[in-house]
Design a protein around this ligand. Structure first.
Ligand code: HEM
Length: 430
């Protein structure tokens, strides 16, 4: 790789790292098949960046940080530490990556409006980019991931579902896409999202797409998972704010936070429908190379779950929590939960009467939405996987059938979900 060797011999300034040719090489083969020579050069790059940081004390300069985060993602398979977080490049997107640091998920949510806006923008950028890829492939404007292209009907369905998935976030941002022609709506959404991104955000978005193989649908898979990570991180923010409000005796604020969280998760539902449009045979093709990366390792999901209530000991001992040891330790040490905050507020006489009913009602609604999410996820997995085991080393859908009924709260029971089927079906989530 000429660009990389000349960069290495020419001072190796992180600011001028040749991202474009390097990612183009990853895209040419898929991350799983990148040549050893390139990976060895990237490994050398990593040593250079570390040595340079020690020498100049510039470990935290923006370009050096970005390059380290990129190498972390690019070298995961080479290092033998490939997992869900590195597959999705969560560190590059500024989402909690399970490393115990990064995007700051401790303490009170100081600037809630800014945090919410940031999540909305990221969600729009991710989905708009997934749809822009569909549009580019459909119009022969890209040769990225050329295998198993979907047909026009499926692509049109993706346009429709994707635009629907971001419509609530768009309107919160004061933006609209109202062209009735699906492809034109996607083009408009893409233009809006591109104009909204800073150069740094644009670069992070580009670098956060390193599929393991060449199947077209892996692009959609990665972007939908990243989008849900963004949603889960937002839910965790809202739940933390609800706990703070309950502790401070602000029942209406707590109820509002819970309602906002419920709306976030409910309005993201078209993302599952979008993913259900993935071609099962494509999924089975690329998942041969995603072994070891599973959303069972998702930190944001467990953070969300454990902010609702303290999970049972058996759950804390399961693969789900063992894959996020620092979070597991924090939960074991008695981290705050909505459940405990509600109980304490009622016990101490800070929450009673109509206020208590209001908060409990919102908790029930949030719990019903989470349970609905789990049932839909299970159905989607049945459709895509059948009897196959999961890439997170569980037996697959039997694991999901078991965990889907775990109560979200213990202080209140969930409202029955009117949209829930009485029996699990293997159908499409739409
Ligand atoms: C083709 C689509 C999908 C399939 C086939 C699928 C399959 C599975 C399977 C089999 C597991 C069990 C763990 C394992 O062995 O891997 C799992 C866990 C999980 N998946 Fe998915 N999944 C899909 C999409 C998604 C999406 C879009 C999300 C959103 C982030 C997601 C989030 C999760 C979470 C949070 C868990 C852990 C659940 C728990 O431990 O309670 N999955 N998935």
């Amino acid at each position: 790789m000429r660009e990389l060797t000349s960069w290495l011999s020419g001072g190796a300034d992180p600011d001028s790292f040749p991202y474009l040719p390097v990612t183009a090489e990853f895209h040419r083969t898929g991350k799983h098949f990148v040549g050893k020579e390139l990976l060895a050069l990237l490994d050398e790059t990593r040593s250079h960046v570390a040595a340079r940081a020690t020498g100049t004390g510039s470990a935290d300069s923006g370009p050096a940080r970005l390059l380290r985060a990129f190498l972390d993602v690019a070298l995961d398979k080479w290092d033998g530490r490939y997992d869900y977080r590195s597959y999705l490049a969560l560190g590059l997107l500024g989402l909690p990556d399970g490393g115990g640091g990064g995007s700051g998920d401790d303490g009170p949510v100081a600037e809630l409006a800014a945090t919410r806006e940031g999540r909305d923008r990221l969600l729009v950028h991710l989905v708009a980019d997934a749809l822009a890829f569909e549009l580019a492939a459909a119009t022969d404007a890209t040769d990225l991931l050329p295998e198993q292209r979907p047909g026009p009907a499926l692509v049109a369905k993706r346009y429709r579902l994707g635009v629907r998935a971001v419509t609530p976030a768009l309107s919160r941002l004061g933006l609209t896409v109202d062209d009735p022609r699906p492809a034109a709506a996607v083009a408009a959404l893409h233009a809006l999202a591109a104009a909204d991104r800073s150069a740094a955000e644009e670069r992070a978005l580009r670098l956060s797409m390193l599929p393991v193989y060449l199947s077209h649908d892996e692009y959609l898979f990665i972007r939908v998972l990243q989008s849900y990570e963004c949603v889960f991180a937002g839910l965790a923010d809202e739940l933390r704010a609800a706990i703070d409000a309950l502790d401070a005796g602000r029942a209406v604020t707590a109820a509002d936070r819970l309602a906002y969280a419920r709306d976030q998760l409910a309005s993201a539902a078209p993302l599952f429908s979008l993913l259900a449009s993935m071609q099962p045979e494509s999924f089975r093709t690329f998942r041969a190379y995603t072994e070891g990366a599973s959303a069972i390792q998702s930190r944001s999901y467990k953070l969300m779950e454990s902010l609702c209530r303290t999970p049972e000991g058996s759950r804390l001992d399961s693969a789900a929590y063992r894959s996020v040891p620092e979070l597991r330790d924090r939960v074991r040490a008695g981290g705050p939960t909505v459940d405990a905050a509600l109980r304490a507020a009622v016990r101490d006489g800070r929450l009673a009467g109509a206020d208590r009913d209001l908060v409990q009602g919102r908790m029930r609604e949030f719990a019903a939405t989470v349970l609905h999410w789990r049932r839909t996820h299970h159905r989607l997995a049945v459709r895509m996987l059948g009897e196959r085991p999961g890439t997170g080393y569980t037996e697959g859908t039997p694991y999901l059938a078991e965990v889907r009924a775990i109560p979200v709260f213990t202080a209140v029971a969930a409202e029955p979900d009117p949209a829930a089927p009485s029996e699990p079906s293997g159908g499409c989530p739409e």
